[in-house]
Design a protein around this ligand. Structure first.
Ligand code: UTP
Length: 226
C-alpha cells in the first residue's frame, strides 16, 4: 500500500468560502482513498495564522512567539478536518513527525498541524514523509502547477507538468531572493531530495485532481521527481 503525505494549505482548507462543505467533501474523499493508501494530512495556517502573526508583531512579539501562534492555528485547522473525519481519524493529534508516523496505519488518517517554530507545514510534511517512508508528498495548494515565474506577473511563464527536484529548488531559491512565498518550503524540498521522495503540486480546491494526485496518476499539476 502506497504511503502518501498530504500538505494542505490553510488557503485551501479555510479560505472563508464554503469551508465546511469543502472540508466535508475532503473527508469523504479521504474515506474512499484510505482503502488503497496510507495517508497523513498536514494542515497549514492560512489567513488566520497571518492575522495572528501580524497582530502579534504589532504587539512586539518576536519571531519565535509569532511562530508559536502560527502553530496553534495550524493545529486548530487540523481540528476542523479531524471533526469531519469522524471515526476515520486517529484520536491523538501528533505534535511531531515521528509521532505522526508511529500513529499512521492502513485504514486511518492522521491529521496534524505544525511542530516547532522555524519552518512551515510544508517542511513538516517532508519530515513526516521521511519518518513514514512515504512514496510521495502531495502539496494541495492554490496554484495549479509550478511555473518558471509567477504567471500573474509574466503571462509567458513556463508551466511544468514534470520536473526534477533540483529544477524546483532553483526556482524556489530565486523566488526567495525576491522575498516571495514559494510553492513549497525550501527546507521541505531539501528533505524530500535527501530522502528521494517525489512531490506533487496540485490545485487543492479541485478535489478530483487532488484524488488523482494522491493516487499518483493522471493528475493535472506538476510531478517533481526526486
Ligand atoms: P504555514 O505552514 O501555513 O505557513 O504555517 P505559510 O508560510 O503561511 O504557508 P503557506 O504559504 O500558506 O503554504 C503558518 C505559520 O506557522 C508557523 C510559521 O510561522 C508559519 O508561517 N509554523 C508552522 C511554525 O513555526 N512551525 C511549524 O511547524 C508550522
Amino acid at each position: 500500500m502506497d504511503k502518501v503525505v498530504v500538505s494542505i494549505g490553510g488557503s485551501i482548507l479555510i479560505p472563508d468560502k464554503d469551508d465546511s462543505s469543502y472540508i466535508r467533501e475532503l473527508s469523504a474523499l479521504l474515506r474512499e482513498l484510505v482503502q488503497d493508501f496510507q495517508i497523513v494530512v498536514i494542515c497549514g495556517g492560512g489567513k488566520i495564522s497571518r492575522y495572528y502573526a501580524n497582530t502579534g508583531r504589532e504587539l512586539g512579539g518576536d519571531t519565535f512567539q509569532l511562530d508559536e501562534l502560527g502553530i496553534m492555528i495550524t493545529r486548530a485547522n487540523a481540528g476542523l478536518l479531524r471533526i469531519a473525519l469522524g471515526d476515520l481519524r486517529v484520536e491523538e493529534l501528533p505534535l511531531d513527525a515521528e509521532r505522526a508516523a508511529a500513529l499512521s496505519a492502513p485504514g486511518n488518517v492522521v491529521v496534524m498541524g505544525g511542530t516547532v517554530p522555524g519552518h512551515t507545514t510544508d517542511a513538516v510534511s517532508a519530515m513526516v514523509a521521511k519518518a513514514l517512508g512515504a512514496d510521495r508528498i502531495v502539496n494541495a495548494t492554490s496554484v495549479d502547477a509550478v511555473y518558471s515565474e509567477d504567471p500573474r506577473h509574466n503571462p509567458d511563464a513556463e508551466r511544468y507538468t514534470d520536473m526534477t527536484i533540483d529544477q524546483l529548488a532553483g526556482i524556489v531559491y530565486s523566488e526567495h531572493g525576491a522575498g516571495k512565498s514559494s510553492v513549497f518550503d525550501p527546507l521541505g524540498i531539501r528533505i524530500a531530495k535527501e530522502n528521494a521522495i517525489d512531490i506533487v503540486i496540485v490545485d487543492g480546491r479541485d478535489l478530483g485532481e487532488l484524488a488523482n494526485a494522491i493516487r499518483g496518476q493522471g493528475f493535472r499539476g506538476t510531478l517533481v521527481r526526486s
